[in-house]
Design a protein around this ligand. Structure first.
Ligand code: CTP
Ligand code: MG
Length: 705
C-alpha cells in the first residue's frame, strides 16, 4: 500500500479523507462560496425545507413517555430521594429526531452506594439494550437503548450545569432561523459521522455552540450575546462556582438572510475563515476569544502527525470551543486525531459540494447505514400465509414459556445464592471476635511452647547426668561434711589420700546438689508453664467450638452451607456466582422482551388481516346491495402517526387507518411546501489555502469586533 511522501498518509487514509488529502497535496484554492448563485441558494432553501419537514421531532412523544417511565422506575427503586430531569435536545427544541434522550438523575439527600450498578440492574429487568456504565467520567453516565422506541438514552448523575446550559440553548433557540440552522448543522454532522464525542469527534452540543457563535457573528446579528449585561446567578458545583445567569428576553433581529444563505456562510466561516490556531469559539463572549488570552494554545502533536504515526502524544485544544458556563471546559478535548481529520475532511467536502451546486440530499449522504424505521411494520408478513404465521406464533409462545421458566429458575437460584452469601457474611461477622481471640491466643502460645521446650531440655539434661534424688544428695553431703568436720582422733587420723578423696567427694556432691536444685527449679517452671499452655489450648478449643456452633447454626438455617468454609474466600466465590447468575438473567430478559415484541407484532397482524378480510367481505356485500363505498376508519391519522412513532399501543382501527395511509413510512413525511425567496450572498473571493503542516484549514482571519 503506497504511502504519500508529502503527507505520510497511507492509501487507506487518503481514501478515507479524500477532500482533505487533495487539498493537502495540491496547492489549490479552497472553493470560494461567494460566487454561489441566488438560484442555487433558493434551491438549497427548498431542499432544507423538505428535510426540516421530514425530521420534525417525531419521537417527542416517545421521549416524554420514556422519561415518565424511567422517572417512576427510579422512584420505585430509590424513593422520593431521586429526581429525574431531562436536558439536551428534548428540552432545547434543537432535536432532529435522531438524537438521544439526555436525563439527569440527582438525589435530594445522599447518593446511594453503587448507584450506577443498581440502575443497570433495573434497566436489564426492563429489557433495555446495550447498557454501558461509564462510572469514572467527570459526570458518571449510564448509556442504553430502549428497544421499544429505538431511543438511545444517557442517564448522567448530578449533571447540574447541563440543565442550566440547556436552558441557555433553549433561549437561543427562540429565534426560528437559528433553531433551523442548528437542526441542519446537526443533521449534516450526524449523517456524516462527525458528531459523536464518544467516537472522538465533536458532540451535538459543540456543533450547537459553533452555530450560535456564527449567528452572533453574521451581519446583522441573528443572535445576541445572552450572557452579556445580565444579572449574575452563581451556582456552586463540584467545589467551583459558575455564573449561570443569562438574558432570556426576546431579540429582534434585523437579519433577513435565508436559512440556506446562513448555512453556506456557516460552512464558509468554520471551514476556511476561522483560524483554529488563534481563535476560541466563545458564545459567552459573543465573538472569538483569543487563545492566548485564554491560555489555550494548541499543544501536543497535530492530527496529521498522530494519524501518520509521527507522534503519539496527546493533543490539546485542537479545535478550541469554550463552554458558556464552565469556562475551563474546552468541548474539543474529546476530539481525537482521526476525528479531527474527519471533521476537516467534511468541512472541505461540504464547501466543495456547495461550490459545485450539489443538493443538500447529496451533501448529507450518510456515511453509515442509517437505522431508519421500516417502511411498514408488517412488510415481511404480507406475503406470509395465515398458517405459517400461526405456526410461528405457536413456536414463539413456546420459546417465551421456556425463557420465562429459565428466568424463574435463575432468579430463584440467584436469590438462594444471595441468601447464602448474606448468611456467610453474617457468620463471618459473628465469628470476627472469636477469630481475633484465636489470633491472640496463637500469638501467645508460640513463645510459651518454646519456653516449655527449653525448660524441658534443661531439666532432662540435668536428670540424665544426675540420677540421684536431691534429698539423697543432700543427706550424703551432710554425712560427708560431718565426717570431714568431726574432731580428729589423733591416734586414728586418716591418711592424706583418704582425706583428699573425701574432700573431692564432698565438692562433687555440692556441684551435684546445685545442679539438682536447678533441675528442680526448671521442673517447677515447666509444670507452671504447662498448666498455662493447657489453659490456652482449652481456650483455643473453645473458639473453635464457637466457630463450629456458628457454622452449625448456619447449616441448620440453610443446609446448602454444609461443608462450606467460613472465610472470606468462600464469600468471594459466592459473590462471583451471584454475578454470573445476574448476567445470565439479563441475557434471558433481553430474549424475553424480544420474543414478546415479535409475538405482539404477529398478533396485531393477525387481527388486522382478519378484520381486513371481514371488511372486504362486507364491502362486496355492500357493493352488491347498495353499491356504496364503506367509510374510511373514523380516526385522526395525524394523531395515529404520532402515537405509532412514539411506540404507544394502537387500536385495530388505528392500525388499519395507518396501514391504509402508507404505513409507518408515512410518519412525519407529509406535505411538501413552496420554496422561499432567493437571496444572494455576495462575498469577495479570497485565496484560501490548506496549511500542509497543520493538516487543517487556514484562511483569511475573521475580523473581531
Ligand atoms: N453537555 C454538556 N457538556 C458536554 C456535552 C453535552 O454540558 N460536553 C450537555 C448540554 O446540556 C447538552 C446536553 O448535554 O445540551 C446534550 O448533549 P448532546 O446530546 O451532545 O446534545 P443534544 O442537543 O441533546 O443533541 P442530540 O439531539 O444529538 O442528542
Ligand atoms: Mg442529546
Amino acid at each position: 500500500m503506497s504511502v504519500c511522501s508529502t503527507t505520510g498518509l497511507s492509501q487507506a487514509q487518503q481514501e478515507r479523507w479524500p477532500y482533505l488529502y487533495k487539498h493537502l497535496i495540491e496547492d489549490i484554492d479552497v472553493p470560494d462560496l461567494s460566487t454561489i448563485t441566488e438560484a442555487y441558494i433558493s434551491s438549497l432553501d427548498g431542499d432544507l425545507k423538505k428535510v426540516i419537514k421530514k425530521i420534525g421531532d417525531a419521537k417527542a412523544k416517545s421521549r416524554e413517555s420514556l422519561t415518565n417511565h424511567l422517572t417512576s422506575l427510579m422512584f420505585r427503586r430509590f424513593g422520593k430521594n431521586a429526581m429525574i430531569e431531562a436536558f439536551g435536545s428534548s428540552v432545547t427544541d434543537l432535536s432532529i429526531g435522531a438524537g438521544d434522550l439526555d436525563l439527569c438523575l440527582s438525589f435530594k439527600n445522599k447518593t446511594p452506594r453503587k448507584v450506577l450498578r443498581k440502575i443497570s440492574g433495573l434497566l436489564h429487568e426492563e429489557g433495555m439494550e446495550n447498557i454501558q456504565l461509564i462510572p469514572k467520567a467527570r459526570i458518571p453516565i449510564v448509556k442504553f437503548k430502549d428497544p421499544r422506541s429505538g431511543l438511545d438514552v444517557d442517564i448522567s448523575l448530578d449533571n447540574r450545569l447541563a440543565i442550566y446550559n440547556s436552558h441557555l440553548l433553549k433561549s437561543y433557540a427562540q429565534e426560528d432561523r437559528l433553531r433551523r440552522l442548528v437542526h441542519m448543522v446537526k443533521y449534516w454532522s450526524s449523517r456524516r459521522g462527525i458528531n459523536n464525542a464518544f467516537d472522538g469527534s465533536l458532540s451535538s452540543y459543540a456543533w450547537t455552540l459553533l452555530t450560535i457563535q456564527h449567528a452572533q457573528l453574521v451581519q446583522p446579528a441573528l443572535a445576541p450575546n445572552r450572557q452579556e449585561n445580565c444579572p449574575s446567578k452563581p451556582l456552586s458545583f463540584q467545589g467551583k462556582t459558575f455564573d449561570v445567569g443569562f438574558n432570556d428576553d426576546d431579540f429582534k433581529t434585523e437579519n433577513t438572510q435565508s436559512l440556506a444563505s446562513l448555512l453556506i456562510s456557516f460552512f464558509d466561516r468554520f471551514a476556511t475563515r476561522w483560524d483554529w490556531e488563534s481563535m476560541v469559539v466563545s458564545i459567552r463572549n459573543g465573538e472569538a476569544h483569543s487563545n492566548k488570552a485564554k491560555k489555550w494554545n494548541h499543544t501536543g502533536p497535530l492530527p496529521l502527525e498522530v494519524v501518520t504515526g509521527v507522534d503519539d502524544g496527546r493533543m490539546e485544544h485542537v479545535m478550541p470551543i469554550e463552554d458558556p458556563f464552565d469556562h475551563e471546559h474546552d468541548l474539543s478535548r474529546v476530539v481525537r486525531a482521526e476525528g479531527a481529520m474527519s471533521i476537516q475532511n467534511e468541512f472541505m467536502r461540504v464547501i466543495t459540494m456547495l461550490s459545485e451546486g450539489k443538493s443538500w440530499h447529496d451533501i448529507c449522504e450518510p456515511v453509515f447505514e442509517i437505522d431508519e424505521e421500516p417502511d411498514d411494520l408488517f412488510h415481511d408478513l404480507r406475503s406470509t400465509s395465515k398458517d405459517e404465521i400461526a405456526t410461528r406464533l405457536e413456536n414463539l409462545r413456546t420459546n417465551l414459556d421456556e425463557v420465562e421458566g429459565q428466568i424463574r429458575d435463575l432468579v430463584g437460584e440467584r436469590q438462594n445464592s444471595k441468601e447464602l452469601l448474606d448468611l456467610l457474611r453474617g457468620g463471618l461477622r459473628e465469628t470476627r471476635n472469636v477469630k481475633s481471640d484465636r489470633q491472640q491466643i496463637l500469638s501467645e502460645l508460640r513463645p510459651l511452647s518454646m519456653k516449655v521446650q527449653e525448660l524441658r531440655e534443661v531439666r532432662d539434661g540435668i536428670n540424665q547426668r544426675i540420677a540421684i534424688p536431691t534429698k539423697r544428695i543432700h543427706e550424703e553431703m551432710v554425712r560427708v561434711f560431718e565426717k570431714l568436720t568431726t574432731e580428729v582422733d589423733v591416734f586414728n587420723a586418716p591418711n592424706l589420700g583418704v582425706e583428699k578423696g573425701d574432700f573431692a567427694y564432698f565438692f562433687e556432691l555440692q556441684a551435684m546438689y546445685e545442679a539438682s536444685l536447678k533441675s528442680n527449679e526448671a521442673h517447677q517452671e515447666f509444670i507452671r508453664l504447662r498448666r498455662e499452655q493447657n489453659e490456652e489450648y482449652r481456650a483455643l478449643k473453645k473458639t473453635k467450638k464457637q466457630e463450629e456452633d456458628v457454622l452449625a447454626k448456619l447449616v441448620e438455617s440453610n443446609p446448602a452451607l454444609e461443608g462450606v468454609h467460613l472465610n472470606p474466600k468462600s464469600v468471594r466465590e459466592f459473590q462471583k456466582n451471584a454475578k454470573l447468575l445476574q448476567r445470565s438473567i439479563n441475557e434471558q430478559y433481553s430474549s424475553k422482551h424480544e420474543l414478546r415484541r415479535e409475538i405482539g407484532r404477529l398478533e396485531a397482524w393477525q387481527r388486522i388481516s382478519s378484520k381486513r378480510n371481514q371488511n372486504r367481505g362486507q364491502r362486496s356485500t355492500n357493493r352488491e346491495s347498495t353499491r356504496r363505498r364503506p367509510r374510511a376508519p373514523d380516526v385522526n391519522i395525524n394523531e395515529v402517526r404520532e402515537k405509532a412513532s412514539s411506540g404507544d399501543a394502537l387500536s385495530l382501527t388505528e392500525l388499519d387507518a395507518l396501514l391504509s395511509k402508507g404505513g409507518i413510512a408515512s410518519i412525519g413525511n407529509a406535505n411538501n411546501q413552496k420554496s422561499q425567496q432567493k437571496q444572494r450572498q455576495s462575498k469577495k473571493r479570497s485565496s484560501r489555502k490548506i496549511d500542509i503542516r497543520q493538516g487543517r484549514t487556514r484562511g483569511r482571519k475573521e475580523t473581531r469586533k
